[in-house]
Write a protein that binds this ligand. Structure first.
Ligand code: GLP
Length: 263
């Protein structure tokens, strides 16, 4: 795992958006796996900015979102489709037919989930998966004890996740208790994974993901099984890492290698 510790969320968003834009320049029909929550907002605003000044074209890009709440209509202000439209899609030129969300409405959800997986495969798989992490270690809505081999399916949210997200709702009763999410197995098939985490509330989840044993109880730890994962952290979310000084030194050495290569 590549652990990059930066001063703040803005620096992380600069690095992550630069990686995405560089990949898009090499592959105009990039397939992106996208996340919601407050964490990726800085990346999304930078992608919009790059598009609006004419630096990049998203017309051939395909997207797959990680998760969505069960039974919330797309125009519900708390739905992830609404969030994505507001924070990203409305500012880019992605064709609506190339935007995908895991199924949360209509009959035969298991069948629809299988078709979501098949659609990802038909598009050639996800090139870059963007991730945040829950304070309980969840990735997407793969809550603790999710199978490390899980695929897209409906999950019941834990009390902790409901509490973390309750700020968006007037009362617990109106908050969806279930969501569709890509599985951990689905996420691990992405070619490259970029995870961002900010703030002290994420420090335990980050420590478990990077330095803990691989365990279904801390879903982020499954990322240790993937060959190309980068974590972009601020100093607070990185503060419980026992090898923090080492990760900083690795980064400095990487920079040395980059400069050495360009000579
Ligand atoms: C949400 C989403 C996750 C997200 C996480 C962190 O519930 N399902 O995909 O990464 O929780 O959210 P935030 O970025 O707001 O801290």
């Amino acid at each position: 795992m590549k652990v990059v510790v930066l001063e703040n969320a803005d620096q992380a968003a600069d690095r992550v958006s630069a990686e995405i834009l560089e990949a898009l320049q090499k592959k105009p029909d990039l397939v992106l796996g996208l996340a919601t929550g407050s964490t990726p907002i800085g990346v999304y605003s930078r992608l919009i900015q790059a598009h609006q000044v004419g630096r990049v074209d998203f017309s051939r890009v395909t997207t797959f979102n990680l998760d969505e709440y069960l039974d919330l209509p797309p125009d519900h202000p708390q739905s992830y489709r609404f969030f994505m439209h507001k924070s990203l899609f409305s500012g880019l030129n992605i064709h609506p037919s190339k935007i995908h969300f895991p199924p949360t409405q209509g009959p035969d959800l298991p069948g629809q989930c299988e078709r979501y997986e098949a659609r990802i495969k038909d598009c050639g798989g996800i090139d870059i998966q963007l991730l945040g992490i829950g304070s309980n270690g969840h990735i997407g809505f793969n809550e603790p004890t999710s199978s490390l081999a899980s695929r897209t399916r409906i999950k019941t949210l834990t009390e902790k996740t409901l509490r973390d997200n309750s700020r968006f709702y007037e009362s617990l009763e109106t908050q969806p208790q279930m969501a569709a999410t890509m599985g951990i197995g689905t996420i691990l098939e992405a070619k490259k994974i970029l995870l961002q985490a900010f703030g002290i509330k994420k420090a335990d989840a980050v420590r478990a993901a990077v330095e803990g044993p691989v365990s279904a109880f801390w879903p982020g730890s499954a990322l240790q099984l993937h060959p190309d994962v980068s974590l972009y952290l601020d100093s607070e979310s990185a503060s419980k890492l026992s090898l923090l000084a080492y990760y900083r030194r690795v980064e400095q050495n990487q920079e040395y290698l980059r400069q050495r290569d360009s000579k």
